[in-house]
Each structure stands twice: as structure tokens, then as C-alpha cells.
Design a protein around this ligand. Structure first.
Ligand code: FES
Length: 399
């Protein structure tokens, strides 16, 4: 993910993140508190109240929300294409957070997200049915690494595969890449049920009109017949290989961006690796509709299950130290008991909002759908999934 998550553009159960539960109480017991001032590092992502400038319908069940960002907050809300925002609504009781990808190009100054209503989703129902211009939402400064590294002098080939609301970060990525890199080209395979459910159809048509020779768009509709057999029906592995055959030799693609449900992104990634694409060129962000993904990596059995590690957390220029049993709650949960300002959204290893650097010691993660292998190599971890496996652990949210 980075998005992993998901980012995440749907309002789904795995992205519910409500503090004050039993786990937090457990963490409170585990957390002995020692707080000290450190240097003055970069601040982690924080919430600000932003006024809603516009709520525009995209489909029957999706809207685009544009925020008014006051001049003094503009530097904090500067974003990279593909990043996402964690959002809370003052009108919804409790600390209920959702992650939504930014759909606007990073070259402009518009902060805009896409929100699709999910049956039973309180947050997305509120946004799509009640939110109006002039209302306020609490918006966390942008996070996420599902982003291309752009260079105006490069001539690259980008291909994205997105499904449903997975278009949201991909729209930002492709629009930004085509504008910033005048010699680059991009193709998008976009999967939806029917034409009427396509989010940002107008923006995609505009992109085609703006870059007729550099942007290729293929709509795959799995509940609607198309004149082209290849583009009508489920995007199974066979159809995927046939589309890839028709699109571009995979070895000619510099970066792939996949965004959608776990099953789709896994099968596309698998098909690409099968064709010899380097894993480092395939970036993905997840969103989920339905059950949370099963942990990919079970927590190791600790030989000393009741032993407590000394954990120090560096956050917003202050350090907080507590003891945490190795078989206890994750580092994030224990941190929140003492530092409720620690950043998080999904608590499921999907969105990447809780990322931090391990600067001393080591952790094991239950699952990881957000971090790329090179981030793991650099010591980045998802604190909502992390458990100490050394006697001393130092994690830095500010780095
Ligand atoms: S990955 Fe979403 S809060 Fe940890």
C-alpha cells in the first residue's frame, strides 16, 4: 500500500480507526511515561480544520471534495502526486478516521479528494449525502509514498492499472507526470462495473484531449458489453495478459502503478513479475471493500513472552519512553496511550500513515501492505503492526 493503501479511497471497515478501545487501555497499562524534549526535527503529519470549498458529484455514489487551504497552511498541505489525506468529520462522534487519496495534480494548488459511498459506511455516507460547501473537516497533512519520482528532463513510460475508486491517486500521478515530463507517455487500464460507475470520467477525457499522443486510456467494464471483446468482462489473468500484449512490452515500462482491491493488485503484480518486470518498478496502493486482509506474516513466538522491551518514541521533537511486552499491543497502540498525537488511520497495515524509522533495535511486523522493500531496507516500519524483538527499541516519527 502506501496505500498503500490504501491509500484508500473507500470507506470500509478495515479503515475504521477508533481510539479508546480495550487495546488502548492495555497499552496505557504498559506505558510507563518518560517524556523528554529532543532537537527540533521535522513535524509528523498533523490535523488541521479545513473549510470545504466544493462538493461535486462524480457518479450516483461518489463525490469530489475540494478544500479551501488558507495561505498560512499551504506549505503544510503541499503534496506529491499519489499521496493521501486522513480525514475526520466533527459531525461524526468519536475519533473515526478515513484515508482518501488526493485526485488533483500536484502541479496545481487545488486540494481535492474523491469519496465513494460504501453501503453501511457512516463516514462516506455523511460525505456523499450531507457534506456541503462551508462545512469543515479535520484534515491531516498529506502522507504516503505511492508517488513517482519525476524529472522534467526524462522520457519515461508509465502504466497504471486501477479499479473503481483506485483511479483517485492514479489520476493525480498520471496528470502530474504528463505535465512535468513533456517527453513521457502514460497508459491507464481502468476497471469498473459499468460506464456509469466510472469516477472522474470528465477529468480522464480532458487528459486524453490535452495529451492525445502521450496518454492512452483503456476502460475495462465487467458488467457491460463493449464492442471490443478484450475490454468487456472480468479482468482475469488471461484477459490481463492479452491486454498487456496489446498495450506495451512490459520491459519498456519504467514504472507501474496499481491501485485497487488486494486481489486485483496481487494478480496484476504476479502477471508482471511472471513477464520479467523488476519488482522495484511495480508500485501499488490498496483499498479494501469487505473484510480486512489476513496478516501475511504471523507474529513470531517470543522466547520470553512476558519480557518487556524499553521503547523510546521520538515524535514532534519530544521523546517518550515506556516498557512494552514483546507479545503485547503494537508500538502504535502503546504510543497512543501516552502520545495521542501519534499519526495513524487504518491500523491495519494498509495506509502507511503510522510509518516511522527504527533508529535502534528491531521490530517484527504482523503485516505490511504499505511499505515497499526499499523502505523496509531503510528501516521504515508500520508502527500499527510493529512489535519489539530487541530489549531496546527507538522509533522516530519525525525523520
Ligand atoms: S498502516 Fe494505516 S495506521 Fe498503520
Amino acid at each position: 500500500m502506501s496505500a498503500a493503501t490504501e491509500a484508500t479511497t473507500d470507506d470500509t471497515a478495515p479503515l475504521d480507526a477508533v481510539t479508546g478501545d480495550a487495546a488502548a487501555a492495555d497499552a496505557a497499562a504498559a506505558a510507563a511515561v518518560a517524556v523528554a524534549a529532543t532537537g527540533s526535527p521535522r513535524r509528523h503529519a498533523v490535523f488541521h480544520r479545513l473549510r470545504v470549498a466544493a462538493v461535486e458529484p462524480l457518479t450516483d455514489d461518489a463525490v469530489a471534495v475540494t478544500f479551501d487551504v488558507p495561505p498560512d497552511l499551504r506549505p503544510e498541505f503541499r503534496f506529491r502526486a499519489g499521496q493521501h489525506l486522513t480525514v475526520r468529520a466533527p459531525a461524526i462522534e468519536g475519533d473515526v478516521r478515513r484515508n482518501y487519496s488526493i485526485c488533483a495534480p500536484a502541479t496545481g494548488d487545488r486540494l481535492r479528494i474523491g469519496v465513494k459511498r460504501v453501503p453501511g459506511g457512516a463516514f462516506s455516507t455523511y460525505v456523499t449525502e450531507q457534506l456541503a460547501p462551508g462545512d469543515e473537516l479535520e484534515v491531516m497533512t498529506p502522507t504516503g509514498t505511492f508517488c513517482p519520482d519525476l524529472d522534467p528532463g526524462s522520457a519515461r513510460r508509465y502504466v497504471a492499472v486501477a479499479a473503481g475508486s483506485g483511479i483517485t491517486p492514479v489520476l493525480s500521478i498520471l496528470a502530474t507526470a504528463l505535465e512535468v515530463e513533456p517527453a513521457s507517455t502514460a497508459a491507464l487500464v481502468l476497471v469498473n462495473r459499468r460506464a456509469s460507475t466510472i469516477m472522474f470520467l470528465e477529468e480522464l477525457e480532458d487528459l486524453k484531449d490535452t495529451y492525445p499522443d502521450r496518454f492512452q486510456l483503456l476502460h475495462v467494464l465487467h458488467e457491460e458489453a463493449s464492442e471490443v471483446e478484450l475490454l468487456s468482462g472480468r479482468l482475469d489473468v488471461d484477459r490481463l495478459h492479452r491486454i498487456l500484449d496489446a498495450l506495451v512490452p512490459p520491459q519498456d515500462v519504467d514504472a507501474w502503478f496499481l491501485c485497487g482491491p488486494l486481489a486485483l493488485t496481487e494478480s496484476v503484480r504476479g502477471a508482471l513479475l511472471e513477464r520479467g518486470v523488476e519488482a522495484g518498478r511495480v508500485h501499488r496502493e490498496l483499498f479494501f471493500v469487505g473484510d480486512a486482509p489476513a496478516p501475511r506474516r504471523p507474529r513470531p513466538v517470543d522466547p520470553r513472552p512476558t519480557a518487556g522491551a524499553e521503547v523510546t518514541v521520538l515524535l514532534d521533537g519530544r521523546s517518550t519512553t515506556f516498557r512494552l511486552p514483546r507479545d503485547g499491543v503494537p508500538v502504535l497502540e502503546a504510543t497512543l496511550a501516552a502520545r495521542p498525537d501519534a499519526p495513524f488511520a487504518c491500523k491495519n497495515g494498509v495506509c502507511g500513515t503510522c510509518r516511522a524509522h527504527v533508529v535502534e533495535g528491531a521490530v517484527e511486523m504482523d503485516t505490511n501492505y504499505a511499505l515497499e522493500p526499499e523502505e523496509l531496507e531503510r528501516g521504515v516500519v508500520l508502527t500499527c503492526q510493529a512489535h519489539p524483538v530487541t530489549d531496546r527499541l527507538v522509533v522516530d516519527y519525525d525523520r
